[in-house]
Design a protein around this ligand. Structure first.
Ligand code: NAP
Length: 316
């Protein structure tokens, strides 16, 4: 738990608004961080993490990455640990790995990365190239064991998952899985979940994108597979949908301070969800997002109300 001084310092660094600062201060001093257990092992993980595509990736590719250092520091200083990246997110993995190692924080991060060397328009992965990509991830991340590696977007599961299984058996990777954020591939994702000994999946789920709850989460609960949620804001989609509206009073009453927390608390409320990894390039947004890991979560009635509210907005 953070001290009052630490939170004020962090808030100044993040440039957060007074109301958010005050609410985080209150939350951190009176409430504990919400965690979920990894189904296969019982290991506890904080429910809010950090993703690295989109805006994070853009800054990682530039010259000044100090802003990303503050994003990562904000995650770690507030009890977050899970960091989701991929070799295909341009410089994200390399830059974040360097930042975390320079901070001396490699062992405080639960690193989730991905594997995919199937060229665009092709179907097969070259095993040597796949090993090389994994070697690069080990080098960038700077840990002897990577916490989680998932086959990115279900590409060449036979070749790439076999490799991940071998690395897991050798003790080099703790958890393995696969990802998809494409509704048309959910039946393929379900097949892998039923047939492969995976620990995690990564999938899209948001208050206005609920297909995973129907088709994927029941299998995850049944087979004890952890769920990382991607696209909790649908990138820019939900931000456009809410426009300039204020968070409704009935949501504020359960401690939801911002739209970011509204969207994230909705996602975290599903019992199949282990961790959600919103991406951000801004410390103040990281602070906002990790705030969703404190306090109350919406019950079923409140989740229904949240859905109705968002569904009534014009789609983008
Ligand atoms: N197939 C796959 O494996 C796959 C596919 C998609 C995503 N992912 C993973 O999931 C992560 C999340 O997905 P995503 O990055 O595509 O989309 P996202 O998390 O739904 O949305 C990110 C966007 O929301 C903004 N944002 C974040 N927090 C905010 C806040 N509190 N207030 C206002 N705006 C906020 C960010 O801008 P700012 O920088 O301005 O905050 C960014 O534009 C990815 O980074 C990646 O790690 C995996």
């Amino acid at each position: 738990m953070l001290s009052r001084r630490e939170i004020i310092k962090l808030s100044m660094l993040a440039g957060t608004s007074f109301s958010l600062t005050a609410s985080l201060l209150h939350a951190a001093s009176t409430q504990t961080l919400i965690t979920r257990k990894v189904p296969k092992t019982g290991e506890s993980l904080p429910v809010i993490g950090l993703g690295t595509s989109a805006t994070f990736r853009r800054i990682a590719g530039g010259e000044d990455v100090s802003q990303l250092k503050n994003v990562i520091k904000t995650l770690l200083d507030n009890g977050g640990t899970v960091f989701d990246t991929a070799p295909s997110y341009s410089e994200s993995e390399r830059v974040a790995g360097k930042i975390v190692q320079t901070m001396g924080a490699a062992d405080r991060v639960f690193w989730a990365t991905k594997l995919n060397v199937v060229p665009r328009g092709e179907l097969k992965a070259n095993p040597d190239k796949a090993r090389q990509q994994l070697d690069n991830s080990f080098q960038y991340i700077g840990k002897k064991t990577i916490d989680l590696v998932q086959v990115h977007n279900l590409r060449d599961i036979p070749t790439q998952m076999s490799l991940l299984k071998a690395y897991k058996d050798a003790g080099r990777i703790r958890y393995i899985g696969t990802t998809s954020t494409n509704h048309s591939r959910f039946s393929d994702l379900a097949t892998v979940m039923r047939n492969e000994p995976i620990d995690f999946i990564g999938v899209n789920y948001a208050v206005d994108d609920r297909k995973a709850a129907e088709e994927i989460f029941p299998i995850a609960l049944d087979r004890g597979i952890g769920v990382l949620v991607y696209l909790p804001f649908g990138r820019s989609r939900l931000w456009k949908r809410i426009g300039q509206q204020k968070v409704p009073e009935w949501a504020v009453e359960i401690g939801i301070q911002s739209w970011g927390q509204f969207f994230l608390k909705f996602v975290v409320a599903h019992p199949a969800v282990t961790v959600v990894t919103p991406a951000t390039s801004k410390p103040k947004h990281m602070l906002d997002n990790i705030g969703a890991a404190y306090g109350e979560l919406p019950d079923i009635a409140m989740q229904k109300r949240m859905i109705e509210f968002i569904d009534a907005l014009p789609s983008t």
